[in-house]
Design a protein around this ligand. Structure first.
Ligand code: FMN
Length: 411
């Protein structure tokens, strides 16, 4: 087994627990009560997660991308069990519709889901495509945000807009007019809708940035300046800023440094989403050379970097994990390294033999599997952790306590 993992391959479960989980895997028993309530009552497990200080009913969210680009996708995800949804990334623009990153608005609907073998020999999946950011108009994006906020009002499932702002080369200035117009336009919708939820945005450092070979100094400048500029143009007191980091090809130590630099800005940054996909400069898809990819190389790298980071940093900005979260088990691997939620894209696109449920939406099939898969679901893995922590059956283990309970004594 790959030695990065902290959870034993074979879970320590009683026969009684195994039977109970199998029964729940084969039968859907939670619709009446609600999934999280059912798990709490029947297993003494509290699966609530958080995005920063924002509470979510379970840690599993839709990552920004092609699967959160229209309102029907958002509605289905909210109704069928996801904890939160991050909308497709819009490219920032100024009030005259000018975007310095115009070429990031790529219309490329074709996605191919493929198996991919990691360097450690594990077989996973990756989605290949050649698109980048939101390719319709900014007004269309604002409509999606507004409609999504209405989905939140009905479902209480948080929906988070995602933005990629202008990122200058060294020596160039940041296009502040784009920061201003984009942030204020989205904030206005939040205000007008009078939501009982903080104003939340996630800033995306796209995986494709890795192709541009920016220097460490350039990237550190972005990481320090972007949150400052977003704050400059936000007036909401109740504001959560998530910063989604990419995986530049500059080695693990630099990746740790990015986390450390962001952690010096706790007054501006409330969540770090770690880390966007890897980038292969040589790989080609439909005539385009240089393609982002995922699978186990991505989760291995992310887990390894987070291990290095938490070794020397014991209190840090909450992490929202992303990268090959393909099971409750993988979610817990990230939680053991400080994650309080997880964002998935590829997992919703797998061939259908990967899900037990044969009917219903991808969100429903995924969440059922993520919770109850008998060997890799969140429920069996958390029961296994309870045993390791010497907790009694009637004690409640909270997902959000996993990091502290399992790391106490080590730090
Ligand atoms: C087709 C596709 C489109 C994506 N578009 C975006 C995007 O617009 N903004 C963003 O922040 N991440 C984007 N991502 C990255 C995902 O949000 C996610 O962080 C990444 O794929 C890792 O998760 P996964 O291994 O579950 O796919 C995209 C990923 C894919 C596969």
């Amino acid at each position: 087994m790959n030695s990065i993992y902290k959870i034993e391959k074979k879970l320590d479960l009683t026969q009684e627990d195994q039977k109970k989980i199998l029964y729940d895997y084969e039968n859907i028993n939670y619709d009446k009560k609600g999934l999280e309530e059912y798990i709490l009552e029947n297993y003494n497990l509290d699966v609530k997660g958080k995005y920063g200080e924002l509470e979510i009913k379970n840690p599993f969210g839709k990552a920004s991308g092609q699967l959160s680009s229209n309102i029907n996708q958002v509605k289905t995800d909210a109704n069928d069990g996801l904890g939160f949804v991050v909308l497709k990334t819009v490219i920032s623009q100024d009030k005259d519709n000018k975007s310095s990153m115009e070429e990031w608005k790529v219309n490329a609907p074709k996605m191919v889901v493929e198996e991919i073998e990691s360097k450690s020999g594990e077989i996973g999946y990756t989605v290949t495509w050649k698109g980048r950011g939101w390719d319709k108009s900014f007004e269309d994006y604002l409509d999606l945000v507004k409609e999504s906020y209405n989905v939140y009002k009905q479902s209480k499932v948080p929906v988070i807009p995602s933005i990629q702002y202008h990122l200058p080369n060294i020596g160039e200035d940041f296009k502040e007019s784009e920061y201003k117009y984009t942030t204020q336009s989205i904030e206005k919708i939040w205000k007008d809708e009078s939501l009982d939820m903080p104003f939340v945005i996630e800033q995306d450092f796209s995986a494709t940035l890795a192709s541009m070979e920016n220097s460490q100094d350039e990237i550190i400048r972005w990481i320090q300046e972007v949150p400052r500029l977003i704050h400059k143009y936000t007036s909401a007191k109740d504001f959560i800023l998530g910063m989604k980091l990419f995986n530049p090809s500059l080695g693990d130590e630099f990746q740790v440094k990015m986390l450390e630099v962001l952690n010096q800005m706790k007054d501006k940054v409330q969540v770090i989403t770690a880390f966007n996909r890897l980038f292969d400069r040589e790989r080609e898809f439909e005539g385009k050379k240089g393609i982002a990819y995922g699978g186990y190389d991505l989760s291995n790298r992310n887990l390894r970097v987070l291990d290095k980071f938490i070794e020397n940093n014991h209190s840090f900005i909450p992490i929202s994990a992303t990268g090959n979260i393909n099971s409750g088990r993988m979610m817990v691997e990230y939680a053991l390294r400080g994650a309080t939620s997880g964002q998935m894209h590829t997992y919703f696109q797998l061939p259908s033999h990967n899900y037990k449920l044969k009917e219903g939406s991808r969100a429903r099939k995924a969440i059922h599997e993520l919770m109850f898969n008998p060997t890799d679901g969140l429920v069996p893995v958390m029961i296994h952790l309870k045993k390791k922590l010497n907790m009694d059956n009637d004690q409640i283990l909270k997902f959000l306590d996993i990091y502290t309970l399992c790391n106490s004594g080590k730090n």
